[in-house]
Each structure stands twice: as structure tokens, then as C-alpha cells.
Design a protein around this ligand. Structure first.
Ligand code: CP
Ligand code: NVA
Length: 305
């Protein structure tokens, strides 16, 4: 059966655990990385800008012996030049994996339904599962495991927060989310994460949310595609900035995380993201390690059929 990764809970907890183990193993010993994609293409379609996701995916494909093909949205014209399904069917003709960053998550669902090769979400309006993989790996590295840890996400209840919530449910850490009124995580998503076993708590006051946590995580206040709202959001989110005072209320040894790109002086103070508690560059590096393990697993899962 072909497997896709449109959201992190497309993986079972056991599969997720094995995938993170593989990522760790290959990070420690690059000589163990198999040529799982030798002679095969990996299509990487981007409807939005990307630095980390594109480069980590290209390197992951290359290091598995594959050939990454990055394609900008205007080059294929999803649902303008031809349908999303036809784009996917075309790419499936010569690629072992199709990965895409899209505005509308529904486009990924349609692509996945149209083809027999794995489809990977490189960020949509509602989810960023590849980011969550790197986040889980990083928390695990910093604390020697994720289970039982307490993580506070401070800011917009967006795609990154959503995937982190499912990641928490699958791996057993507690997630406390603090967002301004009207910008909370979607309640259906919270219910679903809780039904998966997640300890997800919504706390209005950011100061209360970060009390004694192990990780303070934030993301931009305005995601790609929401630029028209940027000014209004700057007003609303002001009290949710992660500054030194907020970090002081977290537990001793707490780390700061951010998926990047970051806006110093907006969602995070420079002193925090550039300070000793920040593990953002470790997160970035782990984007490649986790994606390499993901691509190899997706291809092998398909070959088991
Ligand atoms: N965190 C992340 O996905 O970064 P890019 O948008 O640069 O890919
Ligand atoms: N929430 C952000 C994440 C960027 C990696 C966005 O969607 O723009």
C-alpha cells in the first residue's frame, strides 16, 4: 500500500518512533545511509517560498542516491495550466516521491488520491508535518527523549502548531498552546489530537503557559498567504512575543524553538533566538536528517506491496 505524509498522524506512533530512530542513526553514521532512491526522481513542488524545506529535501534525496527536481508553482500551474491530479500523474511517471508546498491542503489530498507514489506535505495552510518531524527529533536530542516533556507553543494556532499537537499526541509530550483570542488552534483539531491520546492544553495567558516548561516554541504571527493581515496581527499578537522575561518563567534549562523564518522584534526577541537557550539551528539541521529517513521509509513502504 502506498503511504503518504500529509499530516504527522498518517504515521502510527510505532512508525514515527522507528522513523526518528533511523534519522538519529544516520545522523550519527552517514556511512549507513542506503541508496534507497538510486536512479529515481523526487519531485518538489513549491507554491510558496522556502529555504529550509527545499534545501533539506534536495539534500535528503541526493544523499539517498536520488535526483531532486524542484519546481516552482508557476512552472506547472496547479489547477490553472492543468489539474492538480494531472500534475501528480505526470510527476509520478518518473518520480518515486512527490512532495509539495501548497496554499490549499485539499490540493495535496487530491494529488495523493490520483497517484500510486507517496505524496509528502511540505507545508500547507493547515499542517507542516516535516517540520514536526525535525522538532520531535530535536526535543529528543536535547532532553534524551520527548516523553513526559512539557512544551509551550506561544503564538498563532497555525500549521506548525497543528502538526506539533499531533506530534505530541503520538509521542507523549504535553503541549500547552497560548494564542490571542480568535487565533487559537482549531477546536476540531484539538479534539482529534486529544482522541489520539494527546495532552493538549489551551491557556490564554502566555506567562502562565510557559511556566516551568522544557521548551518554548513560537512561529511567525503572519503565515505565508496571510500577508494582508500582517498589520492587524502585529497589534493583536504583541503580548505573545517571546522575550527574555517570558523565557525566565520557563523551567530551568528550558530551550527556545522556532521553525524559521523568524522576525526578530516581532514574535521573538533577538536576545532569545540568538541566545544560549536557542536550539533553532539544530532544528534546521534535523530537517534534512528526518526527511532523509522519511523518503527512505516511504519508498520502502511502497515496495513492500
Ligand atoms: N521552517 C520551514 O519550513 O522553512 P522554509 O519555509 O524556509 O522551508
Ligand atoms: N506558519 C508559517 C511557517 C513557515 C515555515 C507559514 O505557514 O508561513
Amino acid at each position: 500500500m502506498t503511504r503518504d505524509l500529509l499530516e504527522i498522524d498518517d504515521l502510527t506512533p510505532a512508525e514515527l518512533g522507528r522513523l526518528l530512530d533511523t534519522a538519529r542513526k544516520w545522523k550519527a553514521d552517514p556511512s549507513a545511509v542506503p541508496r534507497a532512491l538510486a536512479g529515481r526522481g523526487v519531485a518538489l513542488v513549491f507554491e510558496k517560498p522556502s529555504a529550509r524545506t527545499r534545501t533539506s529535501a534536495e539534500m535528503a534525496a541526493y544523499l539517498l542516491g536520488g535526483h531532486p527536481i524542484a519546481i516552482r508553482a508557476e512552472e506547472v500551474g496547479i489547477d490553472t495550466r492543468e489539474t492538480a491530479e494531472d500534475v501528480a500523474r505526470t510527476l509520478a511517471g518518473f518520480c518515486a516521491v512527490i512532495a509539495a508546498r501548497v496554499f490549499d491542503h485539499g490540493v495535496l489530498v487530491r494529488m495523493a488520491a490520483a497517484v500510486e507514489v507517496p505524496v509528502v506535505n511540505l507545508l500547507s495552510d493547515v499542517a507542516h508535518p516535516c517540520q514536526a518531524l525535525a522538532d520531535l527529533m530535536t526535543i529528543g536530542e536535547v532532553f534524551g527523549g520527548v516523553e513526559g516533556r512539557r512544551v509551550a507553543f506561544v503564538g498563532d494556532g497555525n500549521n506548525v502548531a497543528a502538526s506539533l499537537a499531533y506530534g505530541a499526541a503520538l509521542t507523549g509530550f504535553e503541549l500547552i498552546v497560548s494564542s490571542p483570542p480568535g487565533y487559537e488552534l482549531d477546536e476540531h483539531l484539538v479534539d482529534r489530537a486529544r482522541n489520539l491520546g494527546g495532552a493538549i492544553e489551551l491557556v490564554a495567558d502566555p506567562n502562565e503557559a510557559v511556566r516551568d516548561v522544557d521548551v518554548v516554541y513560537t512561529d511567525v504571527w503572519t503565515s505565508m498567504g496571510e500577508e494582508d493581515e500582517a498589520e492587524a496581527r502585529r497589534e493583536v499578537f504583541n503580548a505573545w512575543r517571546v522575550g527574555p522575561e517570558l523565557m525566565d518563567q520557563a523551567g530551568s534549562g528550558a530551550v527556545f524553538m522556532h521553525c524559521l523564518p523568524a522576525h526578530r522584534g516581532e514574535e521573538v526577541a533577538a536576545d532569545v533566538i540568538d541566545g544560549p537557550a536557542s536550539v533553532v539551528w539544530q532544528q534546521v539541521e534535523n530537517r534534512m536528517h528526518t526527511k532523509r529517513a522519511l523518503f527512505a521509509w516511504l519508498v520502502s513502504a511502497q515496495e513492500v506491496v
